[in-house]
Design a protein around this ligand. Structure first.
Ligand code: GDP
Length: 301
């Protein structure tokens, strides 16, 4: 189920509760069941859904019991609506502030993630985003694993008028990353984005390489790039990357497609790391800032 449909299902569960003359346990449970089924069908992690359900139930009951006799039915409904909204927001809000790049200094950003998740595309989108906001931005292509990765960076960076660095001959990604970052630091670039290799699945080699690149370039922020269609595999994958690369932010790509999105959202809770942007298309400007409340408001329409 795509996120817009998820929003519609949650809204309809709340409105059917609103239509009933009173809200008793049975009606509350029926509405919660519908909301939780919708979340599960969107690939939100099973444990997260279970704990959301019990928290909503406890909070709503406490609020209703607090002033149940006197409270008007409309107020009771507001309690349900507000509690569900707050819980959905907290699902995508780990309460951690991501790194904020500063002008007048070199901010090193390293992107990690599995192959095909949209890492290279996202690196160029990020460079464009910051360049538009007055940061002198560039990309270092340290992906020596995928044939054609440097060509892809070269083409998209050229199109976006963003400086880039890479090599057709050097095979050690750690050397390329270190050289690129050193060169751009000297040239006083403010946003230096290091694109790293992906693999088709988590492999020891990939994690060892990420650790070495990270040690060489000392990123101010490491970003995990996750495809929105990852599904229930998100938890294990994001945990594994967190251990190896200790990323401080997540970008979820391909939110424009038919992906359910709930899996990628679950990565926030699994790693207590904030989502900072959503990729919403193949064009370089298809990058949206992510903030928990507006995201949930928009989803619920
Ligand atoms: P990488 O292997 O992780 O570097 O992945 P790429 O950047 O090469 O992207 C893989 C494919 O996903 C390409 O065809 C991109 O155009 C596409 N892609 C990346 N981000 C998005 C997005 O937000 N939306 C859509 N629809 N496609 C995307």
């Amino acid at each position: 189920m795509v996120l817009a449909d998820l929003g519609r299902r949650i809204n309809s569960a709340i409105s059917s509760l609103n239509r009933s003359p009173t809200i008793d346990d049975k009606q509350l449970d029926a509405a919660l069941k519908e909301i939780c089924t919708a979340l599960l069908e969107s690939d939100v992690n099973v444990k997260l859904v279970a704990s959301l359900r019990s928290r909503v139930r406890t909070k709503v009951k406490a609020a209703l019991e607090g002033g149940a006799d006197k409270a008007k039915e409309a107020q009771r409904r507001n309690v349900v609506q507000k509690t569900v909204f707050d819980e959905l927001v907290s699902l995508v809000n780990p309460g951690v502030e991501p790194y904020k790049p500063k002008k007048g200094q070199s901010n090193i950003i390293m992107a990690v993630g599995l192959q095909g998740n949209g890492k290279t595309t996202t690196c160029t989108k990020l460079a464009v985003y910051y360049q538009k906001r007055g940061f002198k931005s560039c990309i270092v292509c340290a992906d020596t694993f995928r044939a054609g990765a440097f060509d892809q960076t070269r083409q998209s960076a050229t199109k976006a008028k963003v400086a880039y660095f890479g090599s057709y001959t050097e095979t050690d990604p750690v050397v390329i990353a270190a050289q690129g970052v050193e060169k751009f630091r000297k040239e006083r670039f403010e946003i230096i984005i290091v694109d790293t290799s992906g693999r088709h699945k988590q492999e020891k080699d990939l994690f060892a390489e990420m650790e070495q690149i990270s040690a060489a370039v000392k990123p101010d922020m490491t970003i995990l790039v996750l495809d929105a269609s990852i599904g229930q595999a998100a938890e294990a994958q994001s945990r594994a990357f967190k251990e190896a690369a200790d990323f401080g932010a997540i970008i979820v790509t391909k939110m424009d497609g038919h992906a359910k999105g709930g899996g990628a959202i679950s990565a926030v809770a699994a790693t207590q790391t904030p989502i900072i942007f959503l990729g919403t298309g193949e064009h370089l400007s298809d990058l949206e800032r992510f903030a928990p409340e507006p995201f949930i408001s928009k989803m619920l329409g």
